[in-house]
Write a protein that binds this ligand. Structure first.
Ligand code: ZN
Length: 200
């Protein structure tokens, strides 16, 4: 899931000029790293994004490396969650990192919606370029599964964290935000995602 960039660009206008130049350089470096990471992440309409992922049966070195790669790309792409199918790996694994909390990886997740409260908010996705659409999600969930070592994990989550894991869990079933939004937003998003012919 993509981070909301609008809150990342508040500047203190009292900076010295060279500090501003340095900050601009750091920002362009981060942007370069973000774009590089996005080239490693499957983009709509890649078929891997539409296929259901399989349960993980082997808790091996491949899984550990997959989780490391997911975490690295999520950070580089400035996202808050990333699921294995987004790398073309059809295994039920995702990583997520709500603000100010350490990254967590969940294998073979099971989500239970806790209570009946829902909330509509805009969601971006690292596989849907700049598209952001309103999606209704449960405000509280219980997430159970395994960590990459095969040990049981259980998280009670709410708000943004609950939203992120519902988004990432959808990726394991080939479901995207454009499937869950209202018809008008979906139509607009599909228009934005249509490949534009390049005239050379
Ligand atoms: Zn996504």
């Amino acid at each position: 899931m993509a981070h909301d960039h609008e809150h990342d660009h508040e500047h203190d206008h009292d900076h010295e000029h060279d500090e501003e130049a340095e900050e601009r350089l750091r920002e362009s470096e981060r942007e370069y790293i973000r774009r590089q990471a996005l080239t490693q992440i499957r983009q709509y309409p890649d078929v891997a994004l539409r296929m259901p992922a399989r349960e993980v049966t082997e808790f091996d070195q491949f899984l550990i490396q997959l989780v490391e790669r997911l975490g690295e790309l999520m950070h580089d792409a400035q996202g808050v969650g990333l699921a294995a199918p987004q790398l073309g790996v059809l295994q039920r694994v995702f990583v997520f990192e709500p603000d100010d909390e350490p990254m967590r990886a969940v294998v073979n997740p099971r989500l239970t919606l806790d209570g009946r409260g829902t909330e509509v908010d805009e969601e971006g996705c690292l596989s849907l370029r700049d598209v952001r659409v309103p999606v209704e999600r449960a405000t509280k969930v219980v997430l159970e599964g395994k960590d990459p070592n095969g040990d049981d994990v259980r998280y009670e989550l709410e708000g943004m964290a609950a939203r992120i894991v519902q988004h990432e869990n959808d990726h394991l079933d080939g479901v995207l935000t454009i499937d869950r939004t209202d018809p008008d937003s979906r139509k607009q998003a599909l228009g934005a995602l249509r490949p534009h012919p390049t005239l050379v």
